[in-house]
Structure formats: structure tokens, C-alpha cells
Design a protein around this ligand. Structure first.
Ligand code: CAA
Ligand code: NAD
Length: 397
């Protein structure tokens, strides 16, 4: 199959991510069939798509007359077979549970035609393990969009152990046709590229608040107004979904152990079903719209702590040959809206400065999450300190 042969796309799951993926696929001209477990959920998803398209039309990002045209390309069904049988590509966006995904992929494999590529939007799970539940592991691939898919211009494409080069390149081409910049995750590691860095950052701020060293509002005001992140980190946690984050945190802990030790800060919210924006309550009250984060609290949390753990995680990704600095930086800028990527930041701050801060944090807390990556130690040992010495993650002429 060539990317030009793709006409029909099945999107399984119509929640936070599924409806957005269906929308961008239809906007790119594909016929989309969106699947969910009941018609009420599907009706809500269509409403959200309609709202989003109208918003984009209002901003002249699409033509007003295209709103109904794009909507007409999206069908909905509760019967997987209705979507799978005609699909050239299926994109799965159901909850982050490996058993659910394996069961779905086994069914998709039986229903879809032999040429179809089956992609997963998983945040963290093993593409290879999912592919083992099918008879076409070469056609199983990670296609990781970012929330909201309508506005975030990144797609991470992930190669599982058995994914063929052809599947990888068709998937990357498809993501580009859907308007995305693609970064390739070279290894099927848990959390891939962007969620590895975000995971380290979430852990740092969650534990900081859990230890009562800062408040949620102080962290969010500082990262938003001092670091220029588009959202506070707790605001982002609510936006992503505390259930999604908890599932991802579990996967990361299983893979990386104490280095990614999850924090119990959100446990009581989760138990009360307060999952963030989608349930109107989480760390913030979303029933009155986006949280208003007080500017006066900016600076009460040291944003260098976030930079430090982000740079360290970027170093781990390079050390493990998962990604290179350019892809990591592109990932964080386009996938999470950061003004600079962690490798650029590290080089600007000075890798010796970052390493010094990590060492201080590691000796203060004794937590593995602050243990410096050997690559960082190596760079600093060799005098690769960043911009000031002409070489750090990058070379400066
Ligand atoms: N479709 C169309 N328009 C939308 C929209 C959507 N889905 N969502 C928001 N908008 C509109 C808003 O209504 C608003 O329009 P108005 O100006 O008319 O009110 C406009 O976009 C801008 O929105 P906001 O004013 O609310 O806020 P903003 O300027 O901060 O932009 C944002 C919103 C693009 C989401 C930005 O806050 C951002 O980049 N946030 C970070 C998101 C992020 O990090 N995503 C990755 C999460 S991790 C992940 O996805 C991976 C995983 O596996 C968990
Ligand atoms: P969500 O809970 O908002 O939506 C999941 C949807 O799947 C629900 O509507 C649910 O009814 C439906 N569903 C469950 N089982 C199904 C089945 N067997 N068949 C069809 N539909 C089924 O979840 P989400 O946040 O959209 O996450 C979906 C996937 O995308 C997860 O793997 C998540 O890790 C990943 N992801 C999430 C985000 C995010 O910010 N929320 C970002 C990127 C990737």
C-alpha cells in the first residue's frame, strides 16, 4: 500500500483524543468511521468536533463552508466491524490498559483487510506487545498525537520490534497529510520521547507539592509566567485526564522503577472520580472554564527544577539511543508547546550548572528521579558544557 491508497480511516474510541483524531483525519479529506461503546458518547464526540470546526472557521483556519463538508465525512458506529472492514488504516484511542488494547487489536486483525495498518495512539504502552496479539505485527505501529490533536502539530511515530519500514514510512506520511510534524521514536520504550520528559516533570512537581515545599498554584504560576509554558503543569494534568496520567505513571514505574516513582498526590481525586477537565473537577474546578492562575504567585516555585529534570530525562533518551536532541526539542515544542526544548535549555543554562543542581537535589532527597544520567556526567567531564564552550547537546560554530 502507498499513502495515496489510503481513503478510509477507522478511529476506535471517541473520547478526549479519538474525536480530535477523527476530526483532523476528516479535515485532511479522509472518510472516517468513529467507533465507541454507545451512541450517547458518539453524539457528544460529534458535538465537540462541530464546536472545534466552528472555532477553527471563526479563526479562518478552515473555510466556513468546509465545516459541514468535513462533518459529512465522519460516520459513527458502535459496531467495530462497520468501521474495520473498509478501513485502510485504523487508529485506536481507547483507555490506556494493555489488556483492552490487545483484545481490540486481536479483533481488528480479524476484521480488517490484509493491507490495513493498525495504529495505536497509546501514550506509553509497548507497540511490540500489542502487535503480538495480531497476525500482522509488521503492520502495527505507534501513532501518538498530542492533546488537543486539533491544535498540537506533533505526531510521534513509534516503531515496534516487528513494524516494517514500509508501515513506518506510510504512517509518517499519513501523519504529515493530517498536518503534523513527525518525529520518529527509534525504540519501543515506555513513554516514547515526549512523555518521558513530561513524566519526569510531572513527578518533580507532584512530589514537590506532596512534600509541601510549594503549592499547586505556585508551581503553575511559575511555569506559566516565568518559563512561558502554555499551561501550568497541574492544569495540564487535569487537561490530559488524571486517569490517563495514573495509567501512564504505572507503566513508567514498571519500566523504570524508582527513577519514575509515581506520587500519590492525585489518589484521592481519582478515587472520587475527579479526573480533571472531562469531569469538570480535578486539581482545579473546570466548571467555570480554564483555571485562572494568579500572576502574583509566579516565581514562588523555582522553575530551574523543572528544567533540570527535563534536561536529565533528555540525556537519558540520548544515552539509550531513543532519540536525538533535535527530535526531543521538536517534540517538546510542538507536542507540549514549550518555548524551548530541554536540550536547547540545557545548553543555554550550562550542563555543568544543570548537573550541579541535579547533584544537590539527589543529595537532598536521595530519590532516584534526581540521579544524574551518565551521559550528562560524561559531557561535563569532557568540557561539553553547552553554548559557553561551543558544544553541549549541540555543536555551536
Ligand atoms: N479546537 C479548536 N479550537 C480550540 C480547541 C480545539 N480543540 N481547544 C481550544 N481551542 C481554542 C480556544 O477556544 C481559544 O479560542 P478563543 O481565543 O476564541 O477563546 C483558542 O483555541 C486558544 O485557547 P486558549 O485561549 O484556551 O489557550 P491557549 O492559547 O493556551 O491555547 C492550547 C490552548 C493550544 C491547548 C495551549 O494551552 C497548549 O499548547 N497547551 C499545552 C498542551 C499540551 O501540552 N498537550 C500535550 C499533553 S501530553 C499528551 O497529549 C500526550 C499524552 O500521551 C498524554
Ligand atoms: P478517554 O477516556 O477520553 O476516551 C476513551 C474512549 O474510548 C471513551 O470514549 C470510551 O468509551 C472508549 N472505549 C473504551 N473501550 C472501547 C472499545 N472497546 N471500543 C471502542 N471504544 C472504546 O481517553 P483518551 O484520553 O482519549 O485516551 C485514549 C488513548 O490515547 C489512551 O491510550 C491515552 O493514553 C492516549 N492519549 C491520551 C492523551 C490525553 O491527553 N488524554 C494524549 C495522547 C494520547
Amino acid at each position: 500500500m502507498k499513502v495515496e491508497d489510503i481513503k478510509n480511516i477507522a478511529v476506535i474510541g471517541s473520547g478526549t483524543m479519538g474525536h480530535g483524531i477523527a476530526q483532523i483525519a476528516a479535515t485532511a479529506g479522509y472518510n472516517v468511521t468513529m467507533v465507541d461503546v454507545n451512541n450517547e458518547i458518539l453524539a457528544r464526540a460529534i458535538e465537540k468536533i462541530k464546536w472545534s470546526l466552528e472555532k477553527l472557521a471563526e479563526k479562518r483556519r478552515i473555510k466556513p463552508e468546509d465545516v459541514s463538508l468535513i462533518l459529512s465525512r465522519i460516520k459513527t458506529t458502535t459496531r467495530l466491524e462497520d468501521a474495520a472492514e473498509s478501513a485502510d488504516v485504523a487508529i485506536e484511542a481507547i483507555p490506556e490498559k494493555i489488556e483492552l488494547k490487545k483484545e481490540l487489536f486481536a479483533r481488528l486483525d480479524q476484521l480488517a483487510s490484509k493491507h490495513a495498518i493498525l495504529a495505536t495512539n497509546t501514550s506509553s504502552l509497548s507497540i511490540t506487545e500489542i502487535s503480538r496479539s495480531t497476525s500482522r505485527p509488521d503492520k502495527i505501529v505507534g501513532m501518538h498525537f498530542f492533546n488537543p490533536p486539533q491544535l498540537m502539530s506533533l505526531c510521534e511515530v513509534i516503531k515496534g520490534q516487528f513494524t516494517s519500514d514500509e508501515t513506518l514510512s506510510i504512517t509518517a506520511e499519513l501523519a504529515k497529510k493530517m498536518g503534523k510534524t513527525v518525529i520518529i521514536c527509534k525504540k519501543d520504550v515506555r513513554g516514547f520521547i515526549v512523555n518521558r520528559v513530561l513524566g519526569a516533570v510531572f513527578n518533580e512537581v507532584f512530589w514537590t507539592v506532596y512534600r509541601k515545599e510549594s503549592t499547586i498554584e505556585e508551581v503553575d504560576a511559575s511555569v506559566k509566567y516565568k518559563a512561558g509554558f502554555p499551561m501550568g503543569i497541574f492544569e495540564l494534568a487535569d487537561y490530559v485526564g488524571l486517569d490517563v496520567l495514573a495509567n501512564v505513571a504505572k507503566v513508567m514505574y514498571e519500566a523504570y522503577g524508582e527513577r519514575m516513582k509515581p506520587c500519590p498526590l492525585a489518589t484521592s481525586l481519582l478515587n472520587e472520580g475527579k479526573l480533571g477537565q472531562k469531569t469538570s473537577q480535578g486539581f482545579y474546578d473546570w466548571s467555570i472554564g480554564r483555571p485562572r492562575i494568579k500572576f502574583t504567585l509566579a516565581g514562588k516555585y523555582d522553575i530551574n527544577r523543572v528544567y533540570t529534570v527535563a534536561v536529565n530525562e533528555a540525556a537519558w533518551l540520548i544515552h539509550e539511543d531513543v532519540a536525538d536532541p533535535v527530535d526531543i526539542d521538536t517534540g517538546m515544542k510542538l507536542g507540549a508547546g514549550w518555548p524551548s526544548g530541554p536540550c536547547e535549555l540545557g545548553d543555554r543554562l550550562g550542563l555543568d550548572v544543570v548537573l550541579g543542581k541535579l547533584r544537590d537535589m539527589y543529595s537532598k532527597y536521595g530519590e532516584e528521579m534526581y540521579r544524574p544520567c551518565p551521559l550528562l556526567e560524561d559531557y561535563v567531564g569532557k568540557g561539553r558544557l553547552g553554548k559557553k564552550t561551543g558544544q553541549g547537546f549541540y555543536i555551536y560554530k
